[in-house]
Design a binder for this molecule. Structure first.
Ligand SMILES: CC(C)(COP(=O)(O)OP(=O)(O)OC[C@H]1O[C@@H](n2cnc3c(N)ncnc32)[C@H](O)[C@@H]1OP(=O)(O)O)[C@@H](O)C(=O)NCCC(=O)NCCS
Length: 149
């Protein structure tokens, strides 16, 4: 792969099928997609990475649908997606719920740990659901993190 040929940009409606295929591949959230708050990574005219900010019913902003196809991982695509997303969108704070393995990934993007009790209540149910469904290897928990500025 030639890293300098990866284009990170806002999606157009033509990118939607590729975005959805990737979101489904990573079992991400495909609900209420607003193209204006998404970023995609394009390589050889294919969507290989996606991320978005989703605004929940109470106005809470959370990161959603982050995914990079397996063969393109660990080349900096995920980090570049976050960096472009937060350059373009200044909504803060932005929350993320993730598996413990991704702590370094989100720390690198400026996120810091936040305790469950300090999360907006709209995220509590999802936090509990993720804890319940975490495979035994990650039973150590679900990480909640926030980007404040
Ligand atoms: C999470 C994901 C988007 C990361 O994308 P990526 O393009 O590989 O990320 P980057 O290359 O920018 O990673 C930057 C750094 O984050 C850390 N990191 C990334 N993925 C990691 C992983 N799976 N485990 C541990 N650390 C990881 C590393 O420190 C990495 O730097 P390094 O490669 O120099 O060691 C990708 O692994 C993915 O699509 N996973 C499946 C879906 C998913 O888990 N989405 C997140 C839901 S909250």
């Amino acid at each position: 792969m030639q890293k300098d040929q990866i284009d990170i940009r806002r999606p157009t409606s033509n990118d939607v099928p590729g975005m959805l295929a990737l979101i489904h591949f990573v079992h991400g959230d495909d609900t209420d997609i607003d193209l204006s708050t998404c970023m995609v990574a394009i390589y050889e005219q294919r969507v290989i990475g996606v991320v978005r900010i989703k605004t929940l019913s109470d106005g809470t902003h959370r990161l959603a649908s982050l995914g990079v196809y397996a063969e393109y991982r660990r080349y900096g695509v995920g980090s570049a997606l976050l960096s472009k997303l937060f350059e373009a969108h200044h909504e803060r704070p932005v929350y993320v719920l993730c598996t413990p393995q991704l702590h370094a990934f989100y720390t690198g993007a400026g996120f810091v740990d936040v305790e469950k009790q300090d999360l907006p209540s709209v995220l509590h149910e999802e936090y509990d659901r993720m804890t319940l469904h975490a495979p035994s290897s990650t039973r150590a928990g679900v990480l909640s993190m926030v980007l404040e500025s």
